[in-house]
Design a protein around this ligand. Sequence first.
Ligand SMILES: [Zn+2]
Length: 263
Amino acid sequence: MTRKAYLTIDDSASERTDDLVDYLVSKGVPAVFFCWGENLENNPAAMVRAVKKGFVLANHTNTHQRASEKDVAFTIGEIKQCEFLIERIYKEAGIKKAHKYFRYPHVDRGTGAWLIDYDQSNVVTSGIIMEEIAAGVNLPDKNKPPAAAFDKKQQLQTYLKEEGYSNPFTQVTHPWFWEGEMGQAADSLFTYSNADWMLQPNHIGKWPYKNIEDLKQKARNNPWLNIDNSVNLVLAHDKTPIVDVTIELIDDMLDSGIEFIEV
Ligand SMILES: [Zn+2]
């Protein structure tokens, strides 16, 4: 009877990445950091240090734009620039990098909030609603993007596959993670968001989870995190103002018995 999860941390580096890394090391928690290229340039030392301590760096584009709002060439340019900067970090760390992992900013895969098309008719959408999806709720057919957006998503998938991007979270047990197109996708989503970002100064109070206790309860109450023998894919963030929140939430997941595993 075990409950496991991969830990992924988006938007690195921040001014407090070292604190986050030190905390994870102290608890023996592995993690994949999906970095912005721009933030790698702002704080390369923190990410070189993270790589040397065994953490995995992955691509989250250069400047975190929504793929649905940009053309394919722009998004590919953003991915390339970020990958170039990640390569540079690994070189500086003296560690060979054999992987390419990618997550879209705002999990916008080219189709806006419309994340996954199981069979071109079902909806999976982003943000808070992700929780409902993970819980198996089938959302109404609304805000469906135009066919061109699905073409864009497909073109980007083709690019990612040709460049050797893959989804490393192979043990995830959520059916929807593998059903439909996600089973073949070259990018990474998540099955549980700790929603730490809702406590950022510019977001706090505007979302359903208003304080750290709310966010702890969200995890404690999440049915998927509490299934025996499950493996989840947890999304957290590396943002300067909320690093203490992020650490406290990870700590609470550890206290609840979740074991974090390596890719
Ligand atoms: Zn992000």
